[in-house]
Ligand binder design. Structure first.
Ligand code: 2AM
Ligand code: CA
Ligand code: CA
Ligand code: CA
Length: 262
């Protein structure tokens, strides 16, 4: 498929409208009783709602774009072994622990990628009604208002976010805690990347993220000049799990320097 045959603006408009529809469905379903299961361990939850939202998008995409493929967290990823053509990388609910325990602080995340390159990004905070979106080469938006390009900030003036548990795994994070202005933790990777894009955070770090956690946020971040890679500075593959660093461009350089010297 050649890129000129793809209408990125149409994809963004349609993805946004499906996302609003899916969000209304989540809000209805969260007020009814739904089953909650654990996946790998007690930290890792999945609900009936996660699955029903993935099915909602699978049906919509198959009907509207039969040539596109879906890589979703709740099962559809199993059929995807490469990023050839157009792939919708979906997290139906990012921040499921927040969804179950806090009933806020979760998002729908979509990255529409063509041959591994981001075309469209969507990260929607369902309860706060904040729609972060982007189209390749056309900028990123929060509720339709264009986000400013990130200027190069400094680590000593930065807010950094990661799950506090990661400190137990990688003591190099202690140096960052010392050097940053402050730490935050939201428990929803897609939102935390979107927050880096809009300047609420200057960096977000994780040691175990999948493509659907990061695809939407990375598409958005790129449009404002933010940087994302794995924690050692290597390029992301969007196939398989790994470490992750998203940051303001100035802070990114300082974090990688700290990682490699501590
Ligand atoms: P999820 O809610 O879609 O599972 C929590 O800090 C963040 O990391 C969330 O974005 C969560 O996504 C993601 N995450 C990825 N893998 C995880 C895992 N094995 N257990 C818990 N959260 C995970
Ligand atoms: Ca999950
Ligand atoms: Ca996720
Ligand atoms: Ca999820």
């Amino acid at each position: 498929m050649i890129e000129s045959s793809i209408n990125m603006n149409e994809i963004k408009e349609i993805a946004e409208s499906w996302t609003y529809e899916a969000a209304a469905k989540i809000k209805r379903e969260m007020n009814e009783s739904y089953s909650v299961d654990t996946k790998a361990d007690e930290h890792d939850l999945v609900t009936e709602v996660d699955k029903s939202i993935e099915t909602f998008f699978a049906d919509k995409i198959a009907k509207q774009y039969p040539g596109h493929r879906l890589m979703g967290e709740e099962g559809s990823f199993k059929d995807i072994h490469d990023l050839n053509g157009v792939v919708w990388i979906l997290d139906p609910i990012d921040g499921t622990v927040n969804f179950v325990h806090q009933r806020t602080g979760f998002a729908i995340s979509i990255g529409v990628y063509q041959n591994g390159e981001p075309l469209v990004g969507i990260v929607y905070d369902v309860i706060q009604d904040e729609m972060f979106s982007s189209v390749k080469g056309q900028g990123a938006f929060l509720n339709g208002v264009r986000l400013a390009d990130l200027y190069e900030s400094r680590l000593d003036r930065s807010l950094i976010s990661f799950n506090s548990g990661w400190v137990l795994q990688d003591r190099r994070l202690e140096a960052l805690i010392e050097q940053a202005r402050g730490m935050r933790s939201y428990g929803a990777a897609a939102l935390e990347i979107a927050y880096v894009a809009c300047g609420r955070l200057d960096a977000y770090i994780s040691f175990n993220l999948a493509p659907w956690d990061i695809a939407g946020g990375c598409a958005i971040l790129r449009e404002v000049g933010g940087v994302a890679s794995d924690y050692e500075g290597k390029e992301l593959s969007f196939m398989g799990k790994g470490t992750f660093l998203a940051a303001n461009p100035g802070v990114y350089k300082e974090i990688l320097h700290t990682v490699h010297t501590s």
